[in-house]
Design a protein around this ligand. Structure first.
Ligand code: NAI
Length: 335
């Protein structure tokens, strides 16, 4: 196949960043089509990148000029577009979360299973981050012994006005839900959310910060601070505690400055800078895999598994109890 012809649905913040990435950073693909309910912006993007504007995501998916689709529209619109891609037999890279509820994710899993081949990849880009990959290698090597605990934190500098208390978990915390499951290579048994004193700089009524507590089937405990209004930067931390040692996610590579009686390095303010290399690798590998007809990145099942944990965490927060996390039976396609 020559250049993979990609259609992008959603020309907001990350949609435009991925269009830039496909056009200027990775090889083997080009953006030929865009769509967004904000037609003015989508038309501007279409013109800037010499792509065709489509009135609707459905028309873009159906177009014979589009080989594969990237879904970067708002969370609640993901499921319908991913289902339409499966119905059309087209590969789709859908930003996380795969859908806003586990029920919708399961519908996607069922549709893909019925189709009989993996078409869906979920945008859990942290799995492509060199730091997380090194962390996983250390765990696998046995150097720190069997993992017992993960301490993690997800701090944004500030949040967009549209954020809700549930999105703290299903839109932000979902990254830690997925990456911890991937690092440990096991599923969750239960989840709980703790809330306490609220940040006065967050939007009124938004529960922020929230502490997510997860327990895996073998009993590993994971605590995650999800804090959308840290006030100082986008700061992602993860430490795995094993029976014989610990391993910690490195901060991104930046120079260490010694001056004025201090040593310091920059903390990024945006996710797009912190994980820029991970997104680039994610897209290059996805394009290569689509061209070989063998997509193997984070699957619809991974998207479902993360969402079922997120659903349980939200329920736990609303009812102040520990919620069991009960997953459907994993279809053969994802074994
Ligand atoms: P955004 O609000 O900047 O962009 C969303 C776009 O979707 C807007 O242009 C909006 O007009 C469009 N849209 C809404 N409904 C639509 C529909 N029915 N059809 C077509 N377009 C529609 O949001 P942002 O930050 O770009 O996020 C987009 C998605 O990417 C979200 O699902 C978000 O969770 C995910 N995301 C993932 C990140 C990651 O780290 N992997 C980082 C940031 C966002």
């Amino acid at each position: 196949m020559n250049e993979l012809r990609i259609g992008v649905i959603g020309t907001g913040g990350i949609g435009r960043d991925h269009i830039r990435r496909i056009t200027h950073v990775i090889t083997g693909a080009k953006v030929v089509a865009v769509s967004d309910i904000n037609k003015r912006v989508a038309k501007e993007v279409a013109q800037q990148y010499d792509a065709k504007f489509y009135d609707s995501g459905e028309e873009l998916i159906a177009s014979p000029e589009v080989d594969a689709v990237v879904v970067t529209s708002s969370d609640q619109t993901h499921a319908k577009y991913v289902l339409a891609c499966i119905a059309a037999g087209k590969y789709v890279l859908c930003e996380k979360p795969l859908a806003s509820t586990a029920k919708d994710c399961l519908e996607i899993v069922k549709a893909e299973t019925a189709y009989g081949k993996r078409l869906v990849q979920v945008g859990f880009m942290r799995r492509f981050d060199r730091g997380y990959q090194a962390l996983k290698e250390v765990i696998k090597s046995g150097k720190i012994g069997a993992p017992l605990l993960i301490h993690a934190c997800h701090r944004n500098r500030s949040h967009i006005p549209e954020f809700t208390s549930d999105m703290v978990i299903v839109t932000s915390g979902i990254h830690e839900i997925d990456i911890s499951r991937w690092l440990l290579d096991e599923d969750y048994e239960s989840g709980q959310v703790l809330t306490g004193k609220q940040n006065r700089n967050s939007k009124a009524g938004l529960i922020d910060p929230q502490i997510m507590l997860l327990k895996t089937k073998s009993g590993v405990l994971i605590d995650v601070e999800v804090n959308l209004c840290s006030g100082y930067g986008y700061d992602i931390q993860c430490e795995v505690v094993g029976e014989k040692g610990t391993v910690r996610l490195p901060d991104p590579n930046t120079v260490l400055v010694r001056s004025e009686g201090q040593h310091s390095y920059e903390i990024y303010s945006e996710w797009s800078e912190r994980f820029i290399e991970a997104y680039d690798i994610e897209f290059q590998q996805w394009v290569n895999a689509v061209k070989k007809d063998a997509v193997d990145g984070p699957s619809a099942w991974d998207g479902y598994s993360a969402c079922i944990a997120a659903d349980a965490l939200i329920k736990s927060r609303n009812n102040s109890i520990v919620e069991p996390i009960i997953t459907a039976e994993r279809p053969q396609l994802y074994k």
